[in-house]
Write a protein that binds this ligand. Structure first.
Ligand code: HEC
Length: 239
């Protein structure tokens, strides 16, 4: 009788864990985040220019993981679904064998298909380009590296400047399936709505009164923030 009770309790507990493994609604933890996090143990100094042959953690990998894995209900520092928290470099490399992507849990999860894959359906899978970056970063030693990207404030069209920032650092948490803060940043029309109400600039510039963005990742560079500001001032066009 007692054993049966323990068995039933275990099954119920397991079911609860599975059901809660990755809730897709967005919960507001209410702390807005510090905004500066993302690398754990401090952001490493940036080398002065990005080598095209190197994949950098701060520039490419943390933004992919932050916007596709660390939304509330998944691998953030509050939920840590399945015990996994992917909000800092130190925590991420627990699932990595440096130099060996094929043996790294992080990589194995993102190349799975069907309901097994991470991020799980209905969230979009990582793109082939994102998966290739993660693979290359691990095979290059999974370093906590950082570089000053070639960003030019004279470039501020939607296509050349805004969309790449949104796609790389925001859309995973702000799309119709995963509507963080009820905000969609997956199309020009949707980004424009957020630009016009002041929230886009307020959040990326970390102005008082706005939730600092991108959540769980380093603040955008001054150049990227300036590009967003200039695009908004010029009318948030679909250019
Ligand atoms: C890890 C998930 C995540 C990422 C990445 C992320 N956001 Fe958010 N965002 C949220 C959540 C959740 C909210 C709701 C408020 C909160 O919890 O802080 C939010 C709120 C916002 C808001 C409303 C802010 C306010 O004060 O009303 C804006 C604007 C926004 N995000 C823009 C962005 C932009 C731009 C990026 C990329 C540079 C980005 N977010 C990246 C999850 C994310």
């Amino acid at each position: 009788m007692k054993n049966k009770f323990i068995y039933v309790a275990a099954v119920v507990a397991a079911a609860v864990i599975v059901l809660n493994a990755c809730r897709h609604e967005i919960l507001n933890p209410g702390n807005g985040g510090s905004g500066g996090g993302g690398t754990g143990g401090g952001t490493p100094p940036a080398v002065s220019s990005c080598s095209p042959d190197t994949v950098y953690f701060v520039n490419s990998i943390m933004p992919i993981i932050a916007s596709n894995c660390t939304m509330s209900g998944c691998h953030d520092n509050i939920t840590h679904a399945d015990g996994v928290d992917l909000t800092t470099y130190t925590k991420i490399v627990r699932y990595v064998v440096p130099g060996n992507a094929a043996n790294s849990k992080l990589y194995k999860e993102i190349i799975k298909t069907g309901s097994e894959r991470m991020p799980p359906p209905p969230m979009a899978p990582l793109t082939a380009a994102q998966i290739a970056l993660v693979q290359k970063w691990i095979n290059q030693g999974a370093k906590n590296n950082n570089c000053v990207g070639s960003c030019d404030t004279a470039t501020f069209t939607y296509t050349a400047a805004i969309k790449p920032i949104m796609t790389g650092k925001c859309v995973g948490c702000h799309n119709p399936t995963n509507l963080g803060g009820n905000i969609d940043l997956s199309t020009h029309a949707a980004v424009k709505v957020t630009a016009l109400n002041g929230k886009l600039y307020g959040s990326v510039a970390h102005l008082t009164g706005y939730s600092p963005m991108p959540k769980n990742s380093a603040k955008l560079s001054d150049c990227e923030i300036r590009q967003i500001q200039k695009w908004i001032t010029a009318g948030s066009q679909n250019n």
